[in-house]
Write a protein that binds this ligand. Sequence first.
Ligand code: SAM
Length: 376
Amino acid sequence: MPSDEARDRVRDQSLGIAAGWSPPDAPASWALTAELFRAIAEEDTLLDLAAAIPADRLPPLLLSAALRHLVARDAPVPLAGYFPTAGAGQPPLDAGFRPALVAFAAEHADEVAGLCREHRYQMNEVRRSADVLAVLAEIDPDRPIALVDLGTGAGLGLHLDRYRYRYTGDDGDVVVGDPDSALELACTVRGDPPAPRAVPRIAARAGIDVEPLDLDDAGVRAWLAACIPPETGAVDRFAAASAIARADPARLVRGDLVDTAAAVCAEMPAEALLVLVDTFVHVFLPDDERDRFRALLSRLGRDVEWISVDPLVPLGPEGRDSVQGLPVPERALEASRAGVTGVVGRLSVRDGAVSGRVLGLAHPGAAWLEWLDQPR
Ligand SMILES: C[S@@+](CC[C@H](N)C(=O)[O-])C[C@H]1O[C@@H](n2cnc3c(N)ncnc32)[C@H](O)[C@@H]1O
């Protein structure tokens, strides 16, 4: 039986995930995601299952994936009908969802617990490339880059030049990227982010992950699909991005990113600007590993940009520190207290000197990007 402490912790995390992904002004298509995580927080059957998962394995998220995996496999009626499938839109949500979910979880409790033991939560959100591109626009869109995606998962972030981007702000839309891409990543912008003029040329690319994911494996694809929030846009994006990545696979290196980054970076062309990207990765590293990574940057012996989109640490409403060790604006603290929020930061190494700042805030699924006013 999980302890009260574990239940309280998981309840808070689950409510934070619901609030971060689906704040009050979120489109209606996010309501199922919010209801799923609220149900995990509020229903004993679900909370007990989640609280039994070790704390470092993202209990509410891992439980949500295990449940979705079984629902996709068994197609139970009516539960399966609440979940979106690729290309089919967002089914309506009603009061029948929660009891159906709880009953299904109770019936499959042992199998759910087994899946949670065997798997890790592996969310791949390709739209975070829109956050990364906004930072690249601030750097130098005309200089070719060598892209190293840290914690790349299935490698979707490595193909950022193969997508089209639509940034919608008060002054209308900015559209950049591949006009013929099968995938458009739409992001609402607040504040005044630099408008990307183009996607920089990618001279070389490689991803690092402790568990790189082979999209050609149907079992892997099924698990990854179960880790996607049950929102029609996210489901469609994953399907389209998977097809793009499978058509032109990038190099994925298996290894711990702190141990492996220097060797992978050493293989990158010297004339390109080395850009390290981490989206929702460093938040999961222990404090001493994050310190070790930061110390590594100035030892790479070349100019480096590290673009990070990560919640503050520790993960949750008490988050107060940037994973990049940057000063954290009050607005970022406030947003993090309200729900899981990505903090967009840029850390640069030029001639061995390190500088950086927090630039903005991002919805965990990159539905919006808020650029922060910068101190003069
Ligand atoms: C939440 S996923 C994010 C995936 C992707 N960056 C995205 O935003 O869609 C975190 C990824 O980091 C990887 N990861 C976690 N710790 C790592 C480490 N120490 N070294 C390499 N990869 C790691 C996990 O395996 C997982 O694929």
